[in-house]
Each structure stands twice: as C-alpha cells, then as structure tokens.
Design a protein around this ligand. Structure first.
Ligand SMILES: [Zn+2]
Length: 105
C-alpha cells in the first residue's frame, strides 16, 4: 500500500466516522424534541404570566397573588361581557316586539 493510499483510506474512515456521529447526534436530538413535546402536553400555563403550572390546577393560574387577582378581574369582566352580549340583543328584540304589538293594535 502506498503512502497516498493510506492517507486516502484514513480520510475515508474519518469521513465515515463523522457521518455516523452526525446521524447519531441527529437521532438523539429528535428524541429530545419529542420528549419536549410530551412535556408540553403534560402541563398547562398560568393564564396571566404563562408560567408552567400543574395540569389539574383550577383556576389556571400560578400561586402568585397578582395572577389570582388578575384572573378574578378578568373572569368578572368576561362574565359582564357575556351578560351584555345576551342582554342588548334581548332588549332590542323586546323593543321591536313591543313596537309590533302596539303598531298592530
Ligand atoms: Zn401567574
């Protein structure tokens, strides 16, 4: 075997080793990514500060007082909004209905 051949063989071997190492690394990275995905599915986030909290925490806030207060405020304003959303069309329909009743009579 000539010197050039030996160098070529050594080069080929290192290239193969590098490729194998790269593919191995890629596989382990893929596994880590799926682990992260599972981790994402097994918890929820505080609706105020998005800190990860246990899946079964209800309401969905962390232990922070400000987050609890903030969530309470948000909840009540949402409730008000929902009531208005039903109340205003309801009043409008009632007014139209009354108009029709009085107009027809
Ligand atoms: Zn929070």
């Amino acid at each position: 075997m000539s010197r050039a051949d030996r160098i070529a063989a050594a080069g080929m071997r290192t290239a193969k080793e590098a490729r194998e190492a790269a593919s191995k690394r890629k596989r382990s990275e893929k596994r880590r990514a799926s682990d992260k995905l599972l981790d994402v599915e097994s918890h929820r986030h505080c609706v105020v500060c998005w800190k990860p909290i246990p899946l079964d925490s209800e309401p969905a806030v962390c232990g922070d007082i400000t987050c609890i207060e903030n969530n309470k405020k948000r909840e009540s304003s949402r409730k008000r909004l929902t009531i208005m959303l039903y109340l205003f069309p309801g009043i409008a329909i009632l007014l139209i209905f009354l108009q029709l009743m009085t107009g027809g009579a």
